[in-house]
Design a protein around this ligand. Structure first.
Ligand code: ADP
Ligand code: MG
Length: 594
């Protein structure tokens, strides 16, 4: 074995570069962060050949003094921290003082900079160490050419120009999301790809993740003690995703704990596997989080990981679960007499068609809903939509002249869809899906044994041997769910009472499903551990079936229930429960207003 030798400096930097400078995009990330640390408000990025041939970044930050230029590219030299105390409180992106040194070790780096107040700029070529006067109005220009020219082994890991460019664009996007007050431009092979003006966060997010995302998404802004979570979160819709963007104190991170919290928050909406789309900013005191876990700093360590997890999970859950009323109209009164459109009265009541009936209609409905609800539900046999408590109308609908968010029912279509008109236009509701969610949320909200519905005539339900055994084993737990059962024979159970919310269900199918679900549960586990899943299945049986004819009052009751129900946007399986077709959308269908 040869004798032990200290490694040459260049080799040390080249080894370190393996961690910091994985590809052009990681170079770009480091340079962008340096510019932001220098207080830049305008950053221009030019790339050639995916950033491999050339990566040039110009900023209008504070610049670097002539005498500091060699230090900037020296290893472990930084202007950002000076002590361990500083490290624990660090708020700048950089602090390790190794990015420029690492980059200089694997590419040709030039640094041109003009510090504030300096008579002119200076240019440093990192490979030769030469410094010469240069022309520059202010700020810093960093040029990184021929990445990995001297380390062919790494060069082999580079992908196509298009791929490397895409990674660079993504890196810029992440930085730009966190800093809407800074203007960015990005060009590739002399073509401008992105031009982001300084603005507010909503504007920046819309530009980078799509206006659609902002429209779909729920606003999050929750604070608890020193923790704060802000941003937007949306359910993943049909594969169209805005991605996951999590920032901790302004730094983009990909943290398992945070990803897990976001994914879990979505699980109850039928998206167990898929994470929601979001752009979220978590802020907390610098001491509460360690960013010095990895040179690339995309991992963090929280001092109180569990607390952060719980906080983030609940914040996202709450945002996703907000009732529709909180979103569609944000509580503001909509469409009144003045702005109302003439509506076609669909119920065939003679010659009133096409009259501007809006106000009269709304008032009628409100009056009707106020006292018409009770009789509608009291007609028990007919009430396919059980209304929990005849508590009248929600506050949103209480004032005459305002339309509830989901509007009023017009008709039923194909036995499956409910049509309604609201201030925006047409609302289409999947009756079963919507009702299923309502029943599920109500079941979940009940604590302890739910109210029972005694059956006038006890029902006989056929079960198989395993189902019978499950009943014998878990009788007490099944009783706690709201079923009163007795054995009537080796293959038959008598049902005397069921949860009141499920009184309309096909009892045989409902009971067999519950038993089957429980049979799959290991003996050591109690029902509580799969309660929500079980309730979701029960809700499906309790929900109004397709092809069931609903009366208009029943339909309206369903709409009002949806408005008040948490997570009403989605059925228990994650399908949407309703869609809005705005007047604009309809106009487009008819090529109007072109
Ligand atoms: P770090 O960012 O961890 O300090 P770097 O190697 O990235 O380490 O940069 C070294 C030093 O160079 C920084 O601490 C900073 O003083 C200076 N520097 C780098 N880029 C810029 C810039 N665009 N404007 C002003 N100073 C810069
Ligand atoms: Mg840096």
């Amino acid at each position: 074995m040869p004798s032990i030798q200290p490694l040459p400096d260049l080799l040390i930097s080249q080894i370190a570069a393996g961690e910091v400078v994985e590809r052009p995009a990681s170079v770009l990330k480091e340079l962008l962060e340096n510019s932001l640390d220098a207080g830049a408000r305008r950053i221009e990025v030019e790339l050639e050949e995916g950033g491999v041939r050339l990566l040039r970044l110009s900023d209008d930050g504070c610049g670097i003094e002539r005498d500091d230029l060699p230090l900037a590219v020296a290893r472990h030299a930084t202007s950002k921290i000076a002590s361990l105390d500083d490290l624990e409180r660090v708020m700048s992106y950089g602090f390790r003082g190794e990015a420029l040194a690492s980059i200089a070790a694997v590419a040709r780096l030039t640094l041109t900079s003009r510090a504030r107040g300096a008579p002119h700029a200076w240019r440093l070529r990192a490979d030769s160490g030469s410094i010469e006067p240069a022309a520059l109005a202010g700020g810093t220009v960093v040029e990184v050419a021929d990445l990995y020219y001297n380390t062919p082994a790494r060069r082999k890991f580079l992908r196509s120009t298009a791929t490397e460019y895409a990674h660079c664009a993504e890196a810029l996007k992440r930085v730009a999301l966190a800093r809407p007050e800074v203007a960015f431009t990005l060009s590739h092979d002399r073509q401008t790809k992105r031009r982001l003006a300084a603005g507010d966060l909503a504007q920046r997010v819309g530009e980078l993740l799509g206006e659609e995302f902002i429209t779909d998404a729920r606003r999050v802004d929750v604070a608890a003690g020193a923790l704060r979570l802000q941003g937007w979160v949306a359910l993943p819709v049909g594969g169209r995703g805005a991605g996951q963007h999590f920032f901790v104190n302004g730094r983009f991170v990909r943290d398992r704990l945070l990803l897990h919290a976001a994914r879990t928050a979505c699980a109850d909406l039928g998206y167990g596997g898929q994470p929601p789309c979001y752009v979220l900013f978590l802020t907390l005191p610098a001491e509460a989080v360690d960013v010095n876990v990895h040179p690339a700093k995309t991992e963090v360590r929280f001092r109180d990981g569990r607390g952060v997890h719980r906080f983030v999970l609940h914040a996202i859950e709450r945002a996703l679960a907000a009732p529709i009323a909180a979103r569609v109209s944000a509580g503001e009164p909509v469409a009144d007499a003045g702005g109302a459109r003439a509506v076609y009265e669909p119920s065939g009541q003679g010659a009133q068609a096409a009259l501007p009936l809006r106000v009269a209609k709304v008032a009628d409905y409100l009056a009707f809903m106020a006292d018409g609800r009770r009789p509608a539900t009291a007609a028990a046999g007919d009430a396919a939509v059980p209304v929990a408590a005849a508590d009248g109308v929600t506050e949103a609908t209480a004032a005459v002249g305002t339309l509830p968010p989901l509007g009023f029912a017009l008709a039923q279509l194909g036995g499956i869809y409910l049509l309604a008109e609201n201030a925006q236009g047409l609302v289409l509701v999947d009756m079963h899906a919507a009702h299923e969610r309502i029943v599920y949320e109500r079941l979940k909200a009940q604590t302890g044994r739910p109210p029972l519905q005694q059956l006038l005539v006890p029902a006989l339900v056929r079960v198989d041997a395993l189902q019978m055994a499950t009943w014998q084993e878990r009788g007490a737990e099944i009783a706690a769910l709201g079923f009163e059962l007795a054995a009537a024979g080796p293959n038959e159970l008598i049902v005397r009472a069921v949860p009141a919310l499920l009184a309309q269900a096909d009892l045989g199918a409902l009971l067999r499903e519950v038993l089957q679900e429980l049979a799959a549960l290991p003996a050591s586990r109690r029902i509580e551990q799969c309660r929500d899943e079980l309730l979701a299945r029960m809700a499906c049986h309790g929900a109004v079936r397709a092809h069931r004819r609903l009366t208009l009052p029943e339909m309206n009751a369903l709409l009002r229930d949806m408005e008040r129900t948490l997570r009403a946007e989605r059925c228990n399986h994650g399908r949407p429960t309703w869609v809005q077709l705005g007047i604009d959308d309809l106009d487009k269908l008819f090529l109007r207003g072109r």
